[in-house]
Design a protein around this ligand. Sequence first.
Ligand code: SF4
Length: 324
Amino acid sequence: MRVLSGMRPSGKLHLGHYHGVLKNWLKLQNESECFFFVADWHALTTEYNNPSAIQDNIKEMALDWLSVGIDPEKSTVFLQSAIKEHAELHLLLSMITPIPWLERNPTYKEQIEEVKDKDLHTYGFLGYPILQTADIIIYKANAVPVGIDQAPHLELSREITRRFNFLYGETFPEPQTLLTETPKLLGTDGRKMSKSYNNAIFLSDAPDVIEKKILPMMTDPARQRRTDAGNPEICPVFFLHKIYSSADVIQKVDEGCRTAGIGCIECKKFVIPKIIEELKPIQEKRAEIVKTPDIVNDVLNKGNEKAGKIAQKTMEDVRKVLNL
Ligand code: SF4
């Protein structure tokens, strides 16, 4: 099975990326033929007015991939913008994709309404799922790992693929959804963990930084005083326990919180060492990797070469069925 997945270069990665995406990639790279790419053109769909940080962000993100154990010997790790064929296929797919298919995309509608600090009324933003489709099918990928919120995007990719195959003959396999279970994990302020919300715990955060971020972390707002009972099910700290703590500790926290038997600081202190412990080997590996100059460029160049050959071959087939 050939699997493809990408990530926008947003710089250093945080626990949300690790538990939501990377752990799954680590599993997949041992089971399937994996293609993991840095989606730098996708970053421009929303950050077109500020491309200056992209190069640094690519480097930081790729270093994190390697530090957690993404292995370029097992997986093809490449840069989207290095494979120009993605753009050619995106153009050709845009010829056959009806605009209403793009306009009804729930993420598009939501972001157009919610994002007020930048103008997203561009073709690039509307056509983002077409580029995503090109990214996938140019490698004739069979499956794409997605969280439940990303599933409609992939459905649209499947529709575009079906339309292409219907118009020009069976050329691409329909990419299947590999639904990924992601544990609930929130930022230190109780919102979604995100670099832009300034609430993230990064994979490269030093132990004292992690402690400083978690000790004041938001808890169940009903626990104003130590003597107030709380509800762990709505507390972002408890979500961390569910990921990091043993069943015994989870049970102890659950009970202690509901009966005011433990305080929030005590509760946080149970989980902080666990996070530090898990990140330690990742940080040690990062420190080792950065000693090799140009490691990111070397890995990406090798991956670009391999991915490029497949993309070129696919485009030969595509041009043939389109009589180009
Ligand atoms: S005791 Fe723990 S789970 Fe309960 S509110 Fe405080 S931090 Fe959250």
